[in-house]
Ligand binder design. Structure first.
Ligand code: HEM
Length: 202
């Protein structure tokens, strides 16, 4: 698995550790990743298609995150994981996580599946678990997001049609981009599940 170009621009977002020594290191091998990609049906065409439409994702990333957050905010059992002591919403926490979430949309659409990418998937997974949740932003919210909600949120995050409409006019291309995006997200969230599972069971 290759590494990102050394002079590549890594955005300066507080707590965003992509490609930095602060990121966790994934114990997975290139073979593990390739087998998962194959299982999900991810191909070079998917990677190229998302990259080609990188500008659409860059333009729409914040609107996507706002829409997903509205869903979380509307369900108290989901909003709970952003609340501090006494169930008080931690608005600073939400504000700090948001630019990283927006950057994730762009990364997922445009970054190659290289070692830095794989390592950051391990990091994002850990940031949803007691090992690292709250640590990046020094918060005191609930200590983890249960795995079932990460998995359960996949349809919401996969449904990006309304963000592509009007920007990709060809219907077949639009559907293909949607499918490639869904696969990209499924690969990542499956990688995030690794730190939740007992050794050898992932
Ligand atoms: C498909 C499902 C999900 C995706 C794609 C996703 C994506 C992300 C991303 C990209 C980040 C920021 C990573 C970084 O720090 O660079 C993040 C952090 C976070 N997410 Fe999720 N997430 C998902 C599900 C959920 C759910 C269901 C909840 C709770 C209702 C949740 C709560 C959080 C919280 C609290 C953080 C901040 C963790 C910290 O303390 O660092 N996520 N998520």
């Amino acid at each position: 698995m290759g590494t990102s170009a050394p002079n590549e621009q890594i955005p300066k977002i507080p707590g965003y550790a992509f490609g930095s020594p602060e990121s966790a290191h994934s114990p997975l091998t290139e073979k593990d990743v390739h087998e998962l990609e194959q299982t999900i049906g991810w191909t070079e065409e998917d990677a190229a298609r998302l990259q080609q439409h990188g500008d659409v994702f860059r333009e729409q990333a914040e609107a996507m995150v706002d829409a997903w957050r509205a869903i979380i905010g509307s369900q108290p059992h989901l909003a709970h994981w952003f609340n501090g002591p006494y169930e008080k919403p931690d608005l600073d926490y939400k504000a700090r996580v948001k630019p990283r979430f927006v950057q994730w949309v762009i990364d997922t659409a445009t970054r190659p599946h290289d070692q830095a990418w794989l390592d950051y998937q391990e990091e994002i997974g850990l940031r949803h678990t007691p090992a690292k949740k709250n640590t990046t932003d020094e918060r005191h919210t609930a200590p983890m997001v249960p795995l079932r909600f990460l998995l359960g949120f996949l349809p919401a995050v996969s449904d990006i049609r309304r963000f592509l409409q009007g920007r990709i006019s060809d219907e077949a291309t639009l559907q293909a981009v949607e499918r490639s995006w869904s696969k990209a997200v499924l690969i990542e969230v499956t990688l995030w599940a690794r730190p939740y599972t007992r050794d050898g069971l992932w």
